[in-house]
Design a protein around this ligand. Structure first.
Ligand code: ATP
Length: 140
């Protein structure tokens, strides 16, 4: 339960915010155990977000997530899943600016889709998502 999967999504990565986001992450007490920069194919993005298949925003989400490189990180800290979601703030960056202005999504996101970061929703998702981005433990 001490690890989560964090993504710096293509909007924030492309805007050059990755270093600032990592600095805030370290300042909040997380350890970066693994880090990988890559660009998702549509097939991989659809697999990663399989739970959203069929929703009205799914094609927009896949377009966005494949629009450029992103940075995946394995973050460690006691209670990492909740701690990281607290740090990134509400899903919609406009809501985040209204309700949690010090959050990462408030500072670096744009709207309800382009929201700068991802965080696993629970420990089960974290395990699956970490395997997705870091399939070979020996290489990380
Ligand atoms: P949270 O769990 O805090 O809502 P999340 O990143 O897990 O954050 P999901 O609900 O799993 O959010 O949605 C996945 C992603 O899809 C969001 O981060 C966002 O980029 C996009 N998204 C979610 N809801 C919408 C929506 N209504 N319209 C457009 N894009 C959306």
């Amino acid at each position: 339960g001490g690890a989560t999967l964090a993504l710096i999504k293509p909007d924030a990565f492309g805007a050059g915010h990755a270093n600032d986001i990592v600095q805030l992450t370290l300042k909040a007490g997380f350890t970066v155990h693994s880090q990988r920069t890559m660009q998702l194919t549509p097939e991989l993005a659809e697999e990663f977000y399989a739970e959203h298949k069929g929703k009205h925003f799914f094609p927009i989400l896949v377009d966005f997530m494949t629009s450029g490189p992103l940075c995946a990180m394995k973050l460690g800290k006691p209670g990492a899943v909740k701690a990281w979601r607290d740090l990134i703030g509400p899903t919609n960056s406009n809501v985040a600016r209204d309700t949690k202005p010090e959050s990462i999504r408030a500072m670096y996101g744009t709207d309800g889709t382009k929201n700068a970061t991802h965080g696993s929703a629970n420990d089960g998702d974290a395990s699956r998502e970490l395997d997705f981005f870091f399939p070979d433990p020996a290489a990380t």
